[in-house]
Design a protein around this ligand. Sequence first.
Ligand code: BDR
Ligand code: CA
Length: 310
Amino acid sequence: MDVDTGIDDALGIMLAVGSGSCDILGITTVNGNVSMQQATINTFKILQLIDRTDIPVFAGADTPLVREPRFEHSVHGNDGIGGALTEMQVDQQVQPQAAHEFMIEQIMNYPGEITLILTAPLTNLALAIQQQPEIVANVKEIIIMGGAVNEYGNITPTAEYNMYVDPEAAKQVLRAGFAHLVLVPLDVTRKVLLNNNHLGALNRTAQPEIAGYVRQSTSAYMERYEQRNGVKACAMHDPLAVAAALYPDVISTTLYHVDVETNSDLCDGQTVCDFQNRLGKQPNVQVALTVDHIAFFNIFLESLSKLKVT
Ligand code: BDR
Ligand code: CA
């Protein structure tokens, strides 16, 4: 998993661990919602909360490839996880290997077996491709939360945040030639909205520390969504990408050619999906366009309810 933890990245990690459906070889962190260093601390805190400090964490890029960082404190809070777990002390150590080197090592050691789930700007994967292009043919699957194909953006009118922060990296990833690349864009993530009913369900079924954490970390995130949309809820962007990796039936996808704009005043970071193949290019991305939101929340609530705490 490659993350910029992030309220929803944290919930994605919790879903993955709670599901029991995957072997998480490591978590790599990157600059995004918060600095890479803060994303690393947040990742450690989540792993400590759910009693999985055995999962190794690798620090990645602390800036996009060529641009300046663009944090999202207004959405995720100053600390990135909505002010939850502020008292928790972190004593885990980051691994000595760089994030992109860990990706390369795992993919080349286990050809055809590794799935990468990326819920952050794509800087680490772009660095891995630059250093070892052979990973492209040897990875099993890439699942990316990012982009907006028929939808408006969430950071500019046309761009989704992860694509916008490092569009040069996104372009390298999309053009690399991966055989199985799934994009989980805002078109579907905006349809999985966590609300008070879900929080109530977690109160009944999950450990109190887990239910309490989810409520606290999403509180301001939900208020912000309510101010904009009139409904108290928040989108589970990153958890949907994790669920789609583990339970592919939760989304349905269509193969299209997708690229990212990197050279426009207005539209940098926009994902352009060639629905009618007007450019005549080879389709490169399985784009998720529909989601079974009921199935998603069943998976989400069940997974979080299975988490143990320290
Ligand atoms: C994406 O941007 C980040 O703010 C979230 O963590 C998610 O990965 C949604 O556009
Ligand atoms: Ca994220």
